[in-house]
Design a protein around this ligand. Structure first.
Ligand code: UN1
Length: 509
């Protein structure tokens, strides 16, 4: 543990807020705890309201200068950030494992997502394209341009303590914005380590403080002031639906913008025409990866009745082989849940499954004994359920998988869309008609729809986000960068007349 912290210049006591330089925080002390053993790994000094205010002011000041830097030059800094992350990939990946309990491969995968985002943003920095329109007036030129927006507030969750920040921060940086990061109180150390690495890059380029800002703190001192802050035109937040609704209300009341990535309750339809081997592998990764704590985790399998037994038997066999334990060990496939509260929520959900007439087919126990003293380890669970059970509509952030039988594809799609969330979805089939029906207007209602690929593990090149209770925001690739800029429509009259649009005459002699 010590060697992981040493490699990243982390100390047993750290400041939780800074602008490029750490500030002496006046807020409470937060224990950074590893779910692997339940031990405290560092103490973090949190920001109070005054600290937050200092940071917001600094980031606004830095924005005035940063927006003047040509976008490709901003991209060059982001390129160097990507390289700094490459050099620290292993160490940062290990820290993520230590702090949130995901296995090493997934910890490093998360840093790879950051690197990919940096690379993507470097290219995008030369492609902040606006359109040219044809004016209805003679000798008029009309076009739109994209301009920097301002400081962007990024609120991240524990389960992707680094990558989701990068989805937002990398486009924001090339857009000419500054970033104020409020990480989850369950994962402050990863954020501190990322800042230490990236601030170095900014310093080496003589960029003044205030571009990348970190502010660890609680809701009263940091969360509320941030979402209500008129200096921050955009808030991008990942977390629960309840949290997203609060943020949405607060930001809307000041007419600010939001990007919300909230709950997922992702389903896979497995038809009788599926390639069962790849379906099985995708389901196991989607349901058990990150111990079921991804927004994209596979939570519902809607399976054709003819292949129900085949699939459930194959799943039991696969689940039996899952090595649960210390995620720092290379053989481990599933680490702990983030804390005991998450374990309790899982147990509560399983009680509801039973009460509502579902059957627990496999797993769901809390592990005890040697190596499991922290009380955060569980066995992944498979339940047989019906689509109309209320618990199936809820996102339980744990490895609980519901198997639901269907007879016709239209019934399967109805079941699939019958939940409030709309993030990621998939169908496994070799039948073109089934695949295209799923992708069509009456198919999946999610922001992400896949064929023969599971619900989790999206590439950064696409826009990431979902519909309905998932919040509607889009981050990462495609044209998501536009959300971090303001659009301006410009019309230039190079004639010597003043013709009005719509042919209006308004002559005063
Ligand atoms: C999340 O859980 O908030 O698609 C993000 C995936 C990852 C990101 C998940 N690339 O599973």
């Amino acid at each position: 543990m010590k060697s992981i912290l040493d490699k990243l210049d982390l100390y047993p006591e750290e400041m939780g807020a800074g602008t490029g330089t750490w500030i002496k925080c006046k807020g409470e002390i937060l224990n950074a705890v590893t779910p692997i053993t339940g031990q405290t790994i560092a103490k973090i000094h949190c920001a109070d309201k005054e600290d937050y205010n200092f940071i917001a002011e600094k980031s606004l000041e830095a924005f005035q200068a940063w927006r003047q830097v040509p976008a490709p030059k901003r991209g060059e800094i982001v390129r160097q950030m990507g390289n700094a992350l490459r050099e620290n990939k292993e160490a940062l990946g290990a820290l993520i494992t230590l702090e949130v309990g995901k296995i090493r491969a997934e910890g490093e995968g998360e840093i790879q997502e950051m690197i990919d985002m940096a690379d993507f943003a470097v290219g995008q920095s030369r492609m902040l394209y606006g359109m040219t329109m044809q004016s209805e007036r003679p000798r008029h030129r009309m076009y739109e341009q994209w301009l920097p927006l301002g400081p962007v507030g990024v609120i991240t969750a524990f389960n992707f303590p680094a990558a989701v920040w990068a989805w937002n921060a990398m486009p924001a940086l090339i857009a000419g914005d500054t970033v104020i990061w409020k990480p989850s109180s369950k994962a402050p150390l990863t954020a501190i380590a990322v800042m230490k690495i990236l601030w170095r890059v900014l310093r080496e380029n003589d960029i003044p403080d205030g571009i990348l800002n970190l502010v660890v703190g609680n809701r009263d001192h940091v969360g509320e002031p941030l979402v209500n802050d008129v200096r921050v035109p955009l808030i991008s937040a990942t977390g629960s639906v309840a949290m997203g609704k609060n943020i949405s209300r607060a930001v809307a009341s000041r007419l600010g913008k939001t990007i919300l990535e909230l709950g997922g309750n992702n389903g896979i339809i497995v038809t009788e025409n599926a390639d069962m081997d790849i379906a099985l592998r995708a389901i196991v990764f989607g349901a058990v990866g990150t111990a079921g704590q991804r927004c994209t985790t596979t939570r519902r399998i809607i399976v054709h009745e003819k292949v129900f037994d085949e699939l459930s038997n194959a799943l039991f066999k696969a689940y039996q082989q899952i090595k649960i334990g210390d995620p720092l060990l290379p053989e481990t496939i599933m680490g702990p849940l983030i804390d005991r509260e998450a374990v309790k929520n899982m147990q509560d959900a399983l009680n509801d499954v039973k009460k509502q007439g579902g059957v627990i087919l496999y797993g769901g126990q809390t592990l005890a004994g040697k190596g499991y003293e922290s009380g955060t380890y569980v066995t992944p669970c498979i339940c047989e359920a019906r689509a109309n059970m209320p618990i199936v509509s809820q996102e339980t952030f744990a490895p609980v998988l519901y198997l639901i039988r269907y007879k016709t594809l239209s019934e399967a799609i109805d079941y699939h869309n019958a939940v409030p969330q709309g993030l990621s979805s998939a169908i496994f089939t070799r039948d073109l008609h089934e695949a295209e029906t799923f992708l069509g207007q009456s198919g999946s209602d999610c922001g992400i729809a896949n064929v023969n690929i599971g619900t989790s593990g999206a590439e950064i090149g696409g826009a990431f986000g979902g519909e309905k209770d998932t919040g509607g925001g889009r981050e990462a690739g495609s044209d998501s960068w536009k959300a971090y800029m303001r659009r301006q429509t410009c019309t230039i009259n190079w004639s010597k007349e003043l013709p009005l649009a719509q042919g209006i005459r308004f002559d005063v002699d």
